[in-house]
Design a protein around this ligand. Structure first.
Ligand SMILES: *[C@@H]1O[C@H](CO)[C@@H](O)[C@H](O)[C@H]1NC(C)=O
Ligand SMILES: *[C@@H]1O[C@H](CO)[C@@H](O)[C@H](O)[C@H]1NC(C)=O
Ligand SMILES: *[C@@H]1O[C@H](CO)[C@@H](O)[C@H](O)[C@H]1NC(C)=O
Length: 196
């Protein structure tokens, strides 16, 4: 009974769980096509001011990041022009002549699954200063709840099964004993009758 109650309690919390993960420019999951220049305290403060973790990675090449989820939010500095594409489709372009602000690019409400983000320069001499990105992963709540409920049901089945097995064994023992007694009685009677 208690286990059923716990199962119902778990079912009450069924819903997809969205969780944000932050990936800094230094993460090995960010792939740079060109040699990069790492900017931390080695760069002028005006460059690193306001950056996540006060670091950025500068590059003349493209930046690729693959993730599984439903959204991403990237922050970067830019001098020049670049295109932003997701899964091969361009979702926007950026064009700045001064790196005066940290730019944000994002896409949300995507189908939950694997996606590849590519930020690529589209003009000669473009410098991208990649700061960080956040991506949203949809945790497989369904499977998790399935496991919980499956576990609970499994536990109940196991408990009921054990009770039945014990009862069955006891019943068999009782029947066996009764049959033995019966046989003994019958043997006794037959001995008596043949003896007479
Ligand atoms: C993830 O981060 C973005 C950008 O900061 C925010 O808009 C969104 O609500 C966050 N989502 C979750 C599930 O925390
Ligand atoms: C900030 O940068 C330092 C040094 O680059 C790194 O060790 C640390 O993990 C970073 N912190 C976060 C939250 O990414
Ligand atoms: C970028 O913007 C500037 C000024 O707004 C414009 O002159 C230039 O042609 C643009 N470059 C591209 C490649 O769109």
């Amino acid at each position: 009974m208690q286990r059923y109650f716990i199962a119902l309690l778990c079912l009450g919390f069924v819903r997809a769980t969205l969780q944000n993960f932050t990936v800094d420019d230094t993460s090995p999951d960010i792939l740079y096509s060109f040699p990069t220049f790492y900017c931390d305290t080695s760069c002028p403060q005006e460059v690193t001011e306001g950056l996540f973790n006060r670091t950025a990675t500068l590059t003349f090449g493209s930046i690729t990041f693959s993730f599984t989820g439903t959204a991403f939010y990237a922050s970067l500095d830019l001098v020049g022009t670049c295109s932003i594409s997701v899964d091969g489709d361009e979702i926007g372009t950026l064009n700045t002549s001064f790196a005066d602000a940290i730019l944000g690019v994002s896409k949300s409400d995507m189908a939950n699954g694997p996606h590849t983000l590519v930020i690529a320069p589209t003009t000669e001499g473009t410098v991208i200063g990649f700061d960080h990105l956040i991506y949203t992963a949809s945790l497989p709540a369904k499977r998790h709840v399935g496991e919980v409920v499956g576990g609970v049901i499994g536990g109940v089945v196991l408990t009921v099964g054990t009770v039945f097995a014990v009862l069955y064994a006891r019943r068999r023992r009782l029947i066996l004993r009764r049959n033995q007694r019966k046989s003994a009685v019958l043997r006794g009677i037959s001995t008596l009758s043949t003896g007479v």
